[in-house]
Design a protein around this ligand. Sequence first.
Ligand code: LLP
Length: 439
Amino acid sequence: MNTELMEIKNGTLFYDGCDLTQLAAEFGTPVYVYSQNVIKSRIKELKEAFTDDHPKNRIAYACKAFCCTAMFKLLQYEGLCADVVSGGELYTAIKAGFPAERLEFNGNNKSRGELELAVEYGIGRIIIDSLQELSMLEEICAAKEKKMKVLYRITPGVKADTHDYIITGKKDSKFGIPLDDDIILPYVKAALDSRYVEFLGLHFHIGSQLFENDGYIAATGEALKLAEKIYTEYGFWIKELNLGGGFGVTYTTEERKPFSFFLDPVRETIEAFAMEYGLEMPALVIEPGRSVVAEAGITLYKIGSTKDIPGLRNYAAVDGGMTENIRPALYGAKYTAIVASKADAPADKTVTICGKCCESGDIIIKDIELPELKTGDTLAVLSTGAYGYTMASNYNRNPIPGVLFIDNGIAEWAVKPQTYENMTANDVIPKSFLEVKNG
Ligand code: LLP
């Protein structure tokens, strides 16, 4: 359990200087709460491990983990780059005034409209996933008389030890270009010959929530083998290698590994390779998402109804559920929680925290030891900062909660809570309905 910047005062839980019970009362629940200081401390750790001593390298935060305009502002102030995967994420970056050259665009099926927006804004890199995408991008660049820097995403064919749904580097994947010579080499040739793109190098992402470094090392080996072939065939040595994201975080009992555990051996492998062949060290890029925001975010709920089924299970329902945290239902993800309103009471009851959605699988935490829960108690579910808000839905027409940014005792909205009005704003009654009624 990660309790960084948390303390208990007069029986209530404080986080980054804010009384969470008071926050829940003032701003309403459910609500996502992010400590800016925890995000900044992760960014500092990443810089220490990757860019401070290697200024050519870049950290491109994968904003799919948590995305809003305030987050882009924070990244901008911290000097980071960002990875977007959709027109919507790109639009959010543009709206935040995020520097174009610090953006890179990933994704296996970018639309013409999305690529046009990217070229128009003049973003830094596009990570190309298919030959069709290269052709489409060339057409767009030709029409706009622009040139775009590109990398190719490859599927290195390595197995990462994580949930099957979040493995992405194996050969049988919808992402990336397979490494067969007769497929990848003509791709590279097409990019090198193009007037409209500047080919910089290769990209891979092997999976998410990883705790071992062997997958990264193996994938790097595959990427270097390909880089060597490209050099031999076309005399071009890669200028960039993007290693993706995936660094694991603490949800319950996992031990987060230092970033250097993953990054040092990879950098050393590439340095040794470059040295052996007398080639320049390429710039390295990483795309951490979860590891920047997961542990910074918590979700506050109010307890509603409770029920004890004798000899079976005790339930306590919160005023949210799978709508703002789909991860337990989707991946069997585990979380832990603290009763913010009685944080020092003994944890002497086993309870299952369920949501309010019409699904039996709408369980946030199964069988956790907590103090006896009563209606009105404030519950803080920890480490919900990644892939919670960004995967939230309006299931059962529950509004998506707001996001609070907190910093040394000050709390402010970063995203206001969705209202019923917002939620129904795009609903339209088809004209034909009225005609039928009138006719
Ligand atoms: N780069 C690429 C190309 C990716 O596909 C991803 C994540 C990342 C970077 C960031 O990975 P991270 O550092 O966050 O592990 N919804 C799932 C996670 C899906 C991850 C997809 N790609 C979850 O809630 O666990």
